[in-house]
Design a protein around this ligand. Structure first.
Ligand SMILES: Cc1cc2nc3c(=O)[nH]c(=O)nc-3n(C[C@H](O)[C@H](O)[C@H](O)COP(=O)(O)OP(=O)(O)OC[C@H]3O[C@@H](n4cnc5c(N)ncnc54)[C@H](O)[C@@H]3O)c2cc1C
Length: 182
């Protein structure tokens, strides 16, 4: 678990101004961040810290992009006090080591940083407590949609290609149920 992309990402829980409004990505980014803030930070014991992020613009064209990102953020559901367009002086006051050719910045106060490996392990631990089953060492060989659900077939690496039908069903709400293992 947490061995591939999740082991090497930047560990940022993004504020939500970046995804294009109206996309699933935009909706889930803000929804997911609120889930962390309102529930998981309190219920699950893992290190996290609120981090302010600044997107920097180095010319007038890029400065227009900052306003676009600001508007996107508001459309995606961020509150006005979570985003602010900063002047060069305001950027330097927050981070004196910045390149002085910066012309403006977009401050987001609702990002957080986590350790992605610790977090992933904590989420798996919580899922197991809630009744999920974990199958390690099973390579997925096919996924087919059955009505409203998905059937995932795997090959168990440890048994020389023997096909094991896990009947792992993923519902639309992304909850998982293991029904049987033959
Ligand atoms: C450089 C970088 C920085 C990022 N920074 C951030 C960030 O700051 N914040 C953020 O929210 N997101 C970030 N992301 C995106 C985020 O890391 C990914 O969206 C996330 O890790 C995906 O998780 P995953 O469980 O889907 O994939 P993974 O963590 O890659 O896990 C997939 C697992 O499936 C296994 N697998 C593959 N094929 C099979 C198979 N056939 N059968 C069985 N198992 C299989 C793999 O071995 C692996 O264990 C970043 C991504 C990158 C590349």
């Amino acid at each position: 678990m947490a061995q591939e992309t999740s082991a090497g990402n930047s560990g940022v829980i993004h504020g939500g101004f970046d995804p294009t409004p109206g996309t699933v990505n935009a909706r889930l980014n803000v929804l997911g961040r609120h889930l962390y803030e309102n529930e998981w930070f309190k219920e699950l014991n893992f290190p996290h810290r609120n981090r302010h992020s600044i997107v920097l613009a180095f010319n007038d064209v890029e400065k227009k992009e900052l306003h676009k990102l600001y508007d996107q953020g508001i459309t995606n559901g961020l509150k006005a006090d979570e985003l602010e367009i900063l002047s060069l002086e305001q950027c330097l006051a927050l981070e004196p080591n910045l390149n002085a050719t910066v012309v403006a910045g977009l401050l987001c106060t609702s990002s957080h940083s986590v350790d992605p490996v610790i977090l992933t392990n904590k989420l798996v631990e919580s899922a197991l407590v809630n009744g999920a089953k974990l199958f390690l060492g099973n390579r997925v060989t096919g996924i087919t949609k059955v009505g409203e659900e998905f059937c995932v077939e795997t090959i168990n690496h440890h048994s020389q290609g023997q096909i094991i039908e896990l009947d792992l069903l993923l519902t639309r709400r992304d909850t998982t149920r293991m029904l049987s293992q033959e």
